[in-house]
Design a protein around this ligand. Structure first.
Ligand SMILES: Cc1ncc(COP(=O)(O)O)c(C=O)c1O
Length: 396
C-alpha cells in the first residue's frame, strides 16, 4: 500500500513487523497436533484471548473470547444465537432493533429474517452526522425484543455513538420491568479509537485488520453462553475450525504495539487546504446549492478526527462520489465512497448498511466520499492531496 492511502476505515495497512509475525505464525501449523511449535501456538492463543478479555472485562462484568474469521462472522454469530434461542428452541419470533447504518453482515442477515418472517425488525435511521438517538432505539422496544444492534463508531462519518447511555436505559428496563433486552456492539470501527465504556454490551465484535493485523481474523466477546455458528472443539466448543495461527500471532503483535496517532488537527488542516478552492459548508448550514464550488461536510464535532465524510458540489450540481474517487485514484490517491451514484436505481432496502439510509436528501447522497486518515498521514501528504483534489473538474 503506498503512502497516498486515505481509506484507513476500510483497512489499516500491515506493518513490516506484523507481516513478519504472520509468516512466523504460519510455521506453527495446526495447534491440535502434538509438536513443540503447536504447544507454543496454544500458549499464544491463550494469551491473545486473555489480553482481549482483560481489556474489556471489569469487576462487575466478565467477557469470554471467541476467535472468528472477522467482524462479519462475529456479527452473524450473535444473530444466529438469538434466532436459535428464540425461534428454534422456544418457537417464538424474536424482534430486533437495529440502526440502518450497521454493517451489511448485520443488516443483510436481518433483512432476510424479516423477509422470511423468522424475526421482526425495527430499523432506526441516523442523523446526518451518523448519530443514532438512544431514545429512538429505546422507543421501539416491544415485549419480544431480543437484542439491539449498534456500532460504537459510524464507519462512514466517524460519529461516536452513546453506548453508555443506551446500556443505562437497558439496565433500567432490566431492573424495573424484569425484562432482558440484550445489546450487541459492533466495535469494529471504534476499537482502539475510542475508550470503550466498561461492561457495555452483552456481545462485542472486533475485526483485527482494522488495526493492522492480517485480513480474516476477528473476535467475538460474550458475557453469557452463546450458540456456535460453526460447530467444533476449538474456542471452548463455541467456534470450531482449525485456528488461523499465522493471523493470531500477527494480531497478538499488533494488539501489543498498535496505537492511533493523535490526528486531531489533520481534519481542520485538510479543510483549510481545500478551502482554497471550495466553500466548506457543514450540512446543517445548507440553505440552497449555489454555483460556487462547495464541499458539504457531514462529519461534525461528534465524529472522530480521523474521518471526513462529504459531498462535492460544482456548478450547482452534486458530483458523483465514484467519479471523484476515480479521479483521485488516477492521481494515486485512494479514498472511499459511500453507496454513491451507483446505487441510485436500487430499491430502498439496499440502502441499509450505509449512510444512504439516512435522511440526507438523495441528491447529496450521490456525492458521498470518505477520506480517512491513518498512521502515515502528515501535513505534507495532506497538502499534496488537497492540491490534486482542488484541481478536480469534469474535464479531468
Ligand atoms: C463496522 C464494521 N463491522 C463489521 C465489519 C466486517 O469485518 P470483517 O471485514 O472482518 O468481516 C466491518 C468491515 O469493514 C465494519 O466496518
Amino acid at each position: 500500500m503506498d503512502e497516498s492511502y486515505f481509506d484507513n476505515n476500510a483497512n489499516c495497512p500491515m506493518t513490516t513487523q506484523a507481516i513478519r509475525s504472520y509468516i512466523m505464525g504460519c510455521k506453527i501449523g495446526n495447534t491440535s497436533c502434538k509438536t513443540k511449535l503447536a504447544e507454543y501456538g496454544k500458549q499464544l492463543i491463550k494469551e491473545f484471548k486473555s489480553h482481549l478479555a482483560n481489556e474489556f472485562s471489569s469487576q462487575s462484568s466478565t467477557y469470554k473470547v471467541i476467535i472468528t474469521s472477522g467482524g462479519s462472522e462475529s456479527n452473524s454469530t450473535v444473530i444466529n444465537n438469538y434466532v436459535y434461542e428464540w425461534k428454534v428452541k422456544r418457537g417464538l419470533t424474536p424482534h430486533f432493533v437495529c440502526s440502518t447504518v450497521e454493517h451489511p453482515s448485520i443488516t443483510d442477515y436481518l433483512v432476510k429474517l424479516q423477509r422470511d418472517e423468522v424475526a421482526s425488525v425495527s430499523w432506526v435511521k441516523p442523523l446526518p452526522n451518523g448519530k443514532i438517538l438512544v431514545e429512538e432505539l429505546i422507543s421501539v422496544i416491544v415485549p419480544n425484543t431480543a437484542c439491539i444492534f449498534l456500532q460504537s463508531v459510524n464507519s462512514e462519518t466517524g460519529c461516536v455513538q452513546n453506548l453508555a447511555g443506551l446500556q443505562a436505559h437497558l439496565n433500567v428496563i432490566r431492573k424495573t420491568l424484569n425484562k432482558n433486552v440484550a445489546l450487541h456492539v459492533d466495535h469494529v470501527q471504534g476499537f482502539r479509537r475510542i475508550k470503550y465504556p466498561n461492561g457495555v454490551g452483552d456481545t462485542i465484535s472486533i475485526s483485527l485488520h482494522k488495526i493492522g493485523a492480517p485480513l480474516g481474523i476477528g473476535v467475538l466477546l460474550y458475557k453469557h453462553d452463546i450458540v456456535p455458528l460453526i460447530a467444533g472443539k476449538q474456542n471452548d466448543g463455541k467456534r470450531g475450525g482449525t485456528y488461523n495461527i499465522g493471523a493470531i500471532v500477527s494480531a497478538s503483535e499488533v494488539l501489543n504495539t498498535f496505537q492511533y496517532k493523535p490526528m486531531k488537527h489533520y481534519k481542520q488542516y485538510l479543510l483549510n487546504q481545500l478551502s482554497q478552492r471550495f466553500i466548506i459548508l457543514p450540512f446543517m448550514k445548507i440553505e440552497a446549492l449555489t454555483d460556487k464550488p462547495t464541499l458539504i461536510v457531514f462529519s461534525d464535532e461528534e465524529c472522530l478526527p480521523h474521518t471526513l465524510f462529504l459531498s462535492m458540489v460544482l456548478n450547482g450540481k452534486v458530483v458523483c462520489g465514484l467519479i471523484v474517487k476515480e479521479y483521485m485514484f488516477q492521481n494515486n490517491f485512494t479514498i472511499g465512497t459511500g453507496t454513491a451514484c451507483s446505487n441510485e436505481s436500487q430499491d430502498k432496502s439496499n440502502k441499509l448498511g450505509s449512510m444512504a439510509s439516512s435522511s440526507i436528501p438523495d441528491v447529496l447522497k450521490t456525492g458521498f466520499i470518505r477520506i480517512s486518515f491513518g498512521s502515515d498521514t502528515n501535513e505534507k501528504l495532506l497538502k499534496r492531496f488537497a492540491k490534486v483534489f482542488n484541481k478536480f473538474d469534469f474535464s479531468n
